[in-house]
Structures are given as C-alpha cells and as structure tokens.
Design a protein around this ligand. Structure first.
Ligand code: PFF
Length: 452
C-alpha cells in the first residue's frame, strides 16, 4: 500500500486541482513571451522540432519523476530529496537537487517578476488606448521607451512581487484554486479569438511556415541547448516547483495521465501563441529575431487595429499577468515550504524570499537601461541569469532527478506510488527515464558547456 500521509502544507482539494495548479505553474511567460521570441532568435522550425523532442524525451519523463518524488514524501523539495537520498542509500550528491532548485527559484523569480511587470504596465497602456492605430515603428518605440525608464520598471516589478507574495503567504489553496478555475479557460478562449484574428492576417502562412518548416542547417549547438533548457523552463521542471505541487496531490490519483494533460496543454498554448505572434510579425514587417520585445511589440499592433481591440487587448494582458502570477507562486513555493518546515511562519518566509528576489530583480531592471553595456561573457545581467538558470541549472536538476528515480528507486516503490495501470506504458517511461533522458540531457549539456 502506498503511504496516504498528508504533509504539513495541505492537499489539493479535488482531482482536477493538481492539473489546474500544475498547468497554472507551467503556462506562463515561458509560453506566451519566451517561446515565440527564442524561436524567432533561433531560426524557427528546426528549433521547434528539437523543443518538441525535448518535451517528449526529457520533459514529460522528468515531470513524472518529479511529481512522484514529491508525493512520496509530501515535504518541500529540499527535505524530500534529503529523505529519499537517505532511504535509497543514493550518494549524498542527490540532496543537492533540492538546494540547487531553491537557488534557481530565487534567480528565476527575480527576472520573472520584472517581465511580468511589463505585462501589468501594458494592461494600463492598452486600456488607455495608447496603441490605437499604431504601426510597427510606433509600437517598437513605445516598448523602447518603457525599457529606458528604470523607475517605471521598478514600480511594476514591485507590484508584481507584492501580488505574488500575498498569495503565497496566504497558502496556495484558497485564492489560487478558485481564481484559476475561471481564468485558465478564459485564457484559452482569448487565445482562440486572437488565433481567429491571426488567420485573417496576410502573414499567417508565412508565420506558420516559419514555425513548422524545419531546416536543420539553421540549427546551432546553442539552439539545441536553448531548446532543452526551455523545455524544462516551460514545464516548471528541474527546480522543485512541480515536486512541491506533487507533494500536495491526493494519493489515489494516477500520475501518468495527469502529467500528460499538463504537458499537452502547455505545449498547445505555446504553439498557438507562436502562430499568433508570427502571423502579426510577418504581416507588419517586424523582425522575428528581435528578442524579448517580440510579444510586447507585435500584439499591440493587432490590438490597435482589430475591432474591439482595446477590450481584447486589455483582457489579454490581464491574462498574461495572471498566467505569470500563477507561475511565479510556484517558483517561490519550494523555498517557502522548506522555511515553513524549519518552523518559520509562512508570512515571514514569504516576505524574506520575495524581498531577496526583488533586490536581485533590480539587476534585471537595470540591464535594460543603465547597465545595458555591462556584459558578462557577452551577455547582460538579465541574459546571464536567464541563460544560467534555463540552460544550466534546470537541465542539471532534471538530469539528477532522472538518474535518481531511474537508477536509485526500485521498480516496486515507483509502481506503488504511480498507480499506473498500463504495464507497457510504465516500462516505456522507465526505459526512457533511465537511458534516453539522461543521455540526451548530458550530451546536450556537455556540448553546451562550451558556450558559457
Ligand atoms: N513554467 C513557467 C513558464 O513557462 O512561464 C515558468 C516557471 C515556473 C519556471 C516555475 C520554473 C518554475 F519552477
């Protein structure tokens, strides 16, 4: 029998709540903002194909492993990994998974909050009609003006970090569960409306081909490293966020099907976001490779010219903010849960962790203006943090998790926790986790080290 223990942090209320919470964590700026712009920077189709392969061969198998570990121990990732390392007799190194995850969380939260602040700022701008009838140049200039103002960026970074802190401090269950049940479907509907709009634009097919026609000659080592890193970032893997959420999952729920749902929804939302954004990019003569501003420059053009654009645009950026918010909460949860287990109150733990991340976030704010010319290995402060977390720390965390569950946990212990009815699927997953995922991650990783 599996342990039906409850951790000190509580349990998701319903069968679907884990899917909702995990999807809330997975679907965020990674899908709507980062996926389109890194696809643009890495040449399109071949990158998308490698990204999809990484989701299937590394992301989904590792996600299953992470949730399994969390549910088995029902504690923060740091304590879960400590307990599991002792129980299985695995080398102490594996305890590091929890610690490295908490550190990655700090780093990611710091820049995530700054970018989510952009979305908050855009809610007000679009609602005020600032983009009505705007062209590509005007939209680019508005984005540039926002980046040039460190005070404005800091204000919105502060607002977002505060909102994140408030929800974490109150516990994830109440506010978040109820809100997400309404908002996630709304996000989906709005994306469909925008998708319908993008179908009417002249650049739709060009965008489609850019995303889905692959030309491997365009693929560099860096692109492959970025695709792998993004598959972890977008599924919230390799740092304990999903492990923490797994710790709150009811014991009788089958893991395999649940995880597939989360992976499917996350991937669909990224691909649809890509189709919308590239349709608008190509219809307006924008550069697909223009970087982090891609979503913030292209979408306002569409909202500025479509009927009801002010309304749809405002709602859309509210939803981007909410998608970011539901992800940000999960980024901080592992560290907060650990502090709570240490006896610190949830409110104090949240205040401390969010304050640290806020201070670090100022580096990202400045990297778009005052510090834009200071480069570490050719990258700004923001680029360096993004690179080191997504492309080094998360894949390394994922690699260690795959090795740990694949090689140090017995098949019986896993089966007992998984409740997976299909033997064949179980064997395929275990095989991929033991052999394919670690080798793929290690190979890409080793090749990528040359890029640092
Ligand atoms: N998956 C989130 C996104 O795509 O925006 C980002 C994220 C959340 C990364 C939670 C890592 C994490 F632990």
């Amino acid at each position: 029998m599996s342990e039906q223990k409850r951790g000190m942090h509580g349990i998701w209320s319903g069968r679907w709540t884990f899917i909702l919470a995990a999807t809330g964590s997975a679907v965020g700026l990674g899908n709507l903002w980062k996926f389109p712009y890194i696809t643009g920077e890495n040449g399109g189709g071949a990158f998308v194909l490698v990204y999809l392969a990484c989701i299937l061969l590394a992301g989904i198998p590792v996600m299953l492993a992470e949730v399994l570990l969390g549910r088995k121990e029902r504690m923060s990732p740091i304590n879960t990994m400590a307990a599991m390392t002792d129980k299985t007799g695995a080398p102490k190194l594996f305890r590091g998974i929890g610690w490295m995850g908490a550190l990655s969380g700090f780093f990611i939260l710091s820049f995530y909050s700054v970018i989510a602040g952009w979305a908050l700022l855009y809610v007000g701008k679009i609602a005020a009609g600032a983009f009505v009838g705007i062209d590509a140049d005007g939209s680019g200039a508005a984005f540039g003006a926002m980046l040039a103002d460190p005070v404005g960026l800091t204000i919105w970074h502060t607002v977002f970090m505060f909102l994140t802190g408030v929800v974490i401090a109150r516990g994830v269950n109440k506010g978040l569960e109820a809100t997400l049940k309404v908002l996630m479907p709304l996000l989906f509907v709005l994306m469909l409306i925008l998708f319908g709009y993008s179908l009417t634009t002249p650049g739709f097919m060009q965008g489609f081909h850019f995303l889905f026609d692959f030309d491997f000659s365009k693929l560099s080592t860096e692109s492959v490293v970025v695709a792998l890193g993004h598959s972890f970032f977008t599924l919230s893997l390799g740092m304990g966020a999903i492990m923490a959420y797994g710790a709150y999952m009811p014991g009788d729920q089958s893991l395999g099907r649940t995880i597939l749902w989360v992976g499917f929804l996350d991937t669909m939302i990224a691909l649809v976001a890509g189709m919308i954004i590239f349709a608008i990019v190509f219809s307006n003569g924008l550069e697909p490779s223009s970087g982090p501003g891609l979503m913030f420059v292209s979408l306002p053009i569409a909202f500025g010219s479509m009927p009801g654009g002010i309304f749809f645009g405002t709602v859309f950026f509210i939803l981007v903010s909410i998608a970011a918010w539901s992800s940000a909460i999960s980024i901080a949860e592992p560290a907060v849960a650990w502090a709570v287990e240490k006896g610190i109150s949830r409110v104090k733990a949240t205040a401390g962790i969010c304050s640290f991340a806020w201070v670090l976030g100022l580096g990202t704010v400045l990297s778009f203006n005052e510090w834009a010319d200071y480069k570490i290995f050719g990258k700004t402060f923001f680029d360096s943090l993004d690179f080191i977390t997504s492309n080094v720390m998360l894949p390394l965390g994922g690699l260690l998790i795959a090795i740990f569950v694949g090689w140090f946990m017995s098949s019986d212990a896993i089966k007992d926790e998984m409740k997976m009815k299909n033997e064949t699927l179980f064997s395929i997953w275990r095989f991929v986790l033991r052999f394919i995922s670690p080798v793929a991650i290690a190979l890409i990783f080793i090749n990528g080290l040359g890029l640092i």
